[in-house]
Design a protein around this ligand. Structure first.
Ligand SMILES: Nc1ncnc2c1ncn2[C@@H]1O[C@H](COP(=O)(O)OP(=O)(O)OP(=O)(O)O)[C@@H](O)[C@H]1O
Ligand SMILES: [Mg+2]
Length: 500
């Protein structure tokens, strides 16, 4: 029997090497942790630095304890000695590493779990801002449920503060929760309020072409990417939409994208497009045979009169045939979209004193009637304007535009007029970021960016489909009638509509 002695030669070097290995492992771990943590906003220096320091020191100590330092007793059989030798050299360090990292992960989750407890406390405290000032009457959180990685459902028993109170305290609640609120609604039992919190961030920019194929149903259009996925709408349900917000935050881009999307998804549709900002923004749509493009006040007025006349005719028709609303396919009448960008130029009240004054008043009056009644006649209105004040948009018209989209607003007053709360003021200064408000819902979204090239390409494809008669309009005369009548100078005279 031979006795093999394990030498402890180069002990110091061995120690340094082990330390270096430990430092490298920790370096990689810390880097991984902070990159992930920073992304998820989970890093807390006061919590994480002591945690890592303790773990590193423990690891160094453990790595330098030589459990098998002693000489093997002479009576250990050679085979056993060999096993121990292999254990010490290869298997041992692996088991050590696995155990150590297991312990680390356990510690990590224990601390993150503590974070969860802090978060629960925070949520419980936040809803107390809706208390009636007495300890017994504050809303009580009865359930906090994690729905997925990003979403948390909070159910609140609130016998004293109703849904409206919660909605109007949206901003305060958000600061209290220190998290974005995705929605506030009534719970399954009307006694409870359900709040959905979401940590998911929205994209800052993406192209229309990336999502185009995800919304193809007739009369539907894409609003943008929300925290709960792609947000789409059916124009028939709105039935009118107001788009507002500070200059340069994406109104016109969104307006164009909505119109293009509606044109792409819907057959038997015609669009009366009024662009009073020089007609440059929307000029790509001119090439479509189902679009009446107007860029002057006179043209706008002619268009409005014609649409009003068509609405009245459609009501006579509905009365005669006994239907309650127009179904384009059944009634062989197109869905009509009246779309106005920079609407304040058309409706500005101060113009009432100028030569165009009468026209402004008439435009307001017709739009008001259309906004009130046109839904059943298969006519929808989409209006974009920078400012929403009594001066720029009649209150009655605004009240009937039940779908509201607000890009970043300059101040709380502007946000309040557009969507009824201050969410649009609090939006980050990102072009294309907006709030959609419909009924009692509010949803933040990032609108897709529609490049001029994409718009031109899509318009050209649509145009071919009309020429090849894969698509058609039932009432082409409505488009041509909206061009100028005798005696008027037609500002669109340089433009020749393609024949179909
Ligand atoms: N959805 C979007 N994603 C990324 N960038 C966008 C988006 N929408 C608009 N932008 C950027 O913002 C700029 C201004 O957009 P747009 O002209 O649509 O704003 P606007 O609100 O209509 O401005 P104005 O009030 O001057 O008419 C665009 O040129 C584009 O670069
Ligand atoms: Mg614009």
């Amino acid at each position: 029997m031979t006795t093999k002695t394990q030498s402890n030669s180069g002990g110091a070097l061995d120690g340094i090497a082990k330390m270096l290995i430990e430092f490298t492992k920790f370096g990689a771990l810390i880097l991984w942790y902070f990159m992930n943590g920073l992304k998820k906003k989970k890093v807390s220096l006061s919590r994480d630095v002591p945690l890592f320091a303790t773990a590193l020191v423990t690891s160094l100590v453990l790595a330098n304890i030589d459990f098998f330092h002693a000489h093997w007793p002479y009576w250990i059989p050679e085979v056993m000695e060999n096993i121990l030798f292999w254990y010490k050299s290869f298997i041992g360090p692996v088991i050590y590493d696995v155990t150590f990292f297991g312990a680390f992960v356990f510690l990590y989750y224990a601390v993150t779990g503590k974070n969860e407890v802090d978060r629960t406390d925070r949520i419980k405290k936040a809803v107390k801002i809706l208390s009636k000032g007495n300890d017994k009457t504050y809303p009580k959180v009865i359930k906090i449920e994690k729905l997925n990685e990003h979403k948390t459902k909070v159910l609140v028993d609130s016998p004293f503060a109703g849904l409206d109170k919660f909605k109007s305290s949206h901003d305060d609640l958000e600061s209290g929760f220190n998290q974005q609120i995705e929605s506030i609604s009534r719970g399954r039992s009307p006694k409870y309020i359900q709040i959905i919190l979401n940590t998911k961030s929205l994209p800052k920019k993406f192209d229309y072409s990336e999502v185009r194929e995800d919304c193809t149903k007739p009369c539907h259009f894409i609003l943008g990417e929300s925290r709960s996925g792609l947000l789409t709408q059916d124009i028939r349900k709105l039935p009118h939409m107001l788009i507002a917000g500070t200059t340069n935050f994406g109104k016109s881009n969104f307006f164009k994208q909505v119109l293009l999307n509606l044109l792409q998804n819907t057959n038997h549709i015609q669009m009366h497009l009024i662009d009073l900002k020089g007609g440059l923004e929307m000029k790509a749509f001119k090439d479509l045979p189902n679009v009446n493009f107007v860029s002057s006040i006179d043209g706008a007025l002619t268009t409005l009169r014609n649409i009003k006349e068509e609405m009245d005719d459609r009501f006579d028709y509905l009365y005669k045939v006994g239907h309650t609303s127009i179904d384009p396919k059944r009634d062989k009448k197109d869905r009509i979209i009246l779309a106005i960008d920079e609407a304040s130029v058309l409706y500005m009240k101060s113009y009432a004193k100028t030569d165009d004054g009468k026209k402004t008043l008439e435009a307001r009056k017709i739009t008001d009637e259309l906004a009130k009644l046109a839904r059943a006649a298969g006519i929808n209105i989409v209006i974009a304007t920078q400012k929403v004040t009594k001066e720029t948009l009649d209150t009655h018209i605004r009240e009937n535009m039940s779908g509201r989209v607000s890009f970043k607003a300059n101040d709380n007053a502007a946000s309040m007029t557009i969507i009824g709360n201050t969410m649009a003021t609090d939006l980050p200064a990102i072009p294309g970021r907006a709030i959609f408000h419909f009924g009692s819902d509010y949803e933040e979204f990032q609108a897709p960016l529609l490049s001029d090239k994409d718009l031109e390409k899509s318009v050209s494809e649509l145009r071919s489909e009309y020429i090849e008669e894969h698509r058609e309009v039932f009432q082409p005369e409505l488009i041509s009638n909206s061009s100028f009548k005798d005696g008027d100078k037609n500002p669109e005279e340089d433009y020749e509509k393609p024949k179909h």
